[in-house]
Ligand binder design. Sequence first.
Ligand SMILES: [Zn+2]
Length: 141
Amino acid sequence: MNDPCDYKVGDWHKKLGYFKECPVCKTTFWGRKNQKYCDPKCKGKVAIEKLAAKNKKYGKNIQQYMKNAEILESLYPGLNELKPVPKALLYGKGFNDSGIQKKVKYKRFEGEWNLIGEYAYKLDESKQNIFIIKSKDNGKL
Ligand SMILES: [Zn+2]
């Protein structure tokens, strides 16, 4: 086997190294054992695709987070009014509680709240309604 054309993917040659196929462009090449791509361009392409997929995933989460914050803002009853808002109203507007939110506790309000942006909410005892507060209201009531 002296002609490189006789080799197949996976073969080894003591001077050329390993015979490989680039998973991106399908070009065959000789390279080190741990070399996966034919050149930095193909390697870069994979990195960009991974990043794009990540952005797509997080971009969606961030969009929902912003939507949730907007919905809370639109339903916020105002300072000094810890009044229940029907949960159905919240979800009817497209609220999604599986998104990004942070559990918080306040001195002036009982229980655990879910903070989204500058608003926090929690279910009431009936679990049919929620209370919405503005995070900075904590010291004012
Ligand atoms: Zn390639």
